[in-house]
Design a protein around this ligand. Structure first.
Ligand SMILES: NC(=O)C1=CN([C@@H]2O[C@H](COP(=O)(O)OP(=O)(O)OC[C@H]3O[C@@H](n4cnc5c(N)ncnc54)[C@H](OP(=O)(O)O)[C@@H]3O)[C@@H](O)[C@H]2O)C=CC1
Ligand SMILES: CC(=O)N[C@@H](CCC(=O)OP(=O)(O)O)C(=O)O
Length: 347
């Protein structure tokens, strides 16, 4: 059994880690930490987990936690996990960080966009960007995983086949993405109050969203050239889910939807968690709700010579905790879908 510690277990991604890991056949949850709920029984705070976990929340005592764990998940706000990740790595433990602190190849980019000084830059340099469908081989041998952001997961998977095959004019990429409110975490924030976000749809952080450099880093590697994107996130009044609509102009004017879909089918032919929809059917957030799938559909528009790709994920699963467990499975040589092969809820 793999002994797992979850630091920040009382946030939305932390509770989602507990939900899946408590049913994972190779895992024992050895410790869960929180700052506000120390000594409280986990299943009393989150009654949905009753019968699945019988632990109380611990304060963040790293020596105690690391002594009983083989792997640590850090589900903490940006900038807070570096101390934990540094201590865990120093003890030779594997760490999967769900925040942004270990996602960047160049820590200067992180420091510029997050306005946080990195405390373990050497470790950040060695960390691997944990998108299994793109970086599986590097993940296998890594110690620290920077688990991808939610918007970037949907966008990078939605564009990877076209960029890898040099199909699109990279300067034309436009991304319109919508996220449910759980993307903002469990903490109190006026923007997520019911009366402020219900029956409302808004764009935010246009041109300055902190996921922009993360998306560009990975798309540039796939395209083998510098990629810049226009990325506009929106907050939509639902609990879970991200839908990204991606527009790109093509080099080739002699193509059609089926030919482009075949590029995707081929690229993802061995990927359990990526599903390509047939021509004329576009993915909806409900198709992936509560599951680790990324569903992708597309349409070629011959009038404009553009392809329009639609990519959906559950932000808390493939966009965070599910993907983190997929990474853990790879790190420990387990079949990748262990503990994760559930279809979405329906309806
Ligand atoms: N929500 C999402 O869809 C996604 C989130 N992420 C990232 O995952 C990480 C966790 O996100 P999420 O679960 O939504 O966040 P939440 O705000 O829901 O939870 C944060 C957790 O961290 C704990 N915490 C907060 N501040 C501190 C601190 N200063 N020291 C120690 N513990 C602290 C909280 O403890 P307590 O409950 O006791 O206050 C809680 O357990 C973030 O980096 C986020 O950006 C990544 C992808 C998607
Ligand atoms: C709706 C909403 O507020 N979403 C968050 C992104 C979700 C998230 O947690 O970002 P990471 O994946 O980088 O951790 C935002 O726009 O900042």
């Amino acid at each position: 059994m793999i002994n797992v510690g979850i630091v920040g277990a009382t946030g939305y991604t932390g509770t989602e880690l507990v939900r899946f890991l408590s049913r994972h056949p190779q895992v024992r949850i050895a410790g869960v930490t929180s700052q506000s709920y120390v000594d409280q029984r986990y299943a009393d705070i989150f009654p949905n987990t009753e019968r699945f976990i019988d632990l109380a929340c611990e304060e963040q005592d790293l020596d105690k936690l690391l002594a009983k764990c083989d792997v640590i998940f850090t589900a903490l706000p940006h900038g807070v996990s570096m101390e934990v990740v540094g201590a865990a790595a120093a003890k030779g433990k594997k760490v999967i960080d769900l925040g942004a602190d270990y996602r960047f190849d160049d820590v200067r980019v992180y420091e510029e966009w997050y306005k946080i000084e990195h405390k373990t830059p050497e470790l950040a340099k060695k960390a691997v960007y944990g998108l299994p469908e793109i970086h599986r081989d590097e993940i296998k041998n890594s110690q620290v995983i920077g688990n991808p952001g939610c918007y970037p997961t949907s966008i990078i998977l939605g564009l990877a086949p076209l960029l890898k095959h040099g199909q699109v004019k990279v300067e034309t990429l436009i991304i319109d993405a919508k996220s449910g409110v759980s993307g903002g975490g469990r903490g109190l924030n006026l923007a997520f109050h019911y009366a402020e976000c219900n029956e409302n749809l808004k764009a935010y952080n246009i041109g300055v969203h902190r996921h922009t450099p993360e998306i560009e880093q990975e798309l540039s590697k796939l395209a083998r050239t510098d990629v810049r994107v226009s990325f506009t996130p929106h907050l939509i009044p639902m609990t879970r889910g991200i839908l990204s609509t991606i527009y790109a102009s093509l080099h080739n004017i002699d193509t059609d939807t089926e030919e482009l879909l075949n590029i995707y089918r081929d690229f993802y032919k061995d990927e359990f968690f990526v599903r390509i929809h047939p021509e004329g059917r576009y993915p909806q957030t409900k198709y992936v709700y509560g599951s680790n799938f990324c569903d992708i559909g597309l349409q070629y528009d011959p009038r404009t010579n553009r392809v329009i790709v639609v990519s959906v994920i559950d932000n808390l699963v493939k966009g965070a905790s599910g993907q983190a467990i997929q990474n853990m499975n790879i790190l420990f040589g387990l079949p990748e879908k262990t503990g994760l092969d559930y279809p979405a809820l329906w309806p």
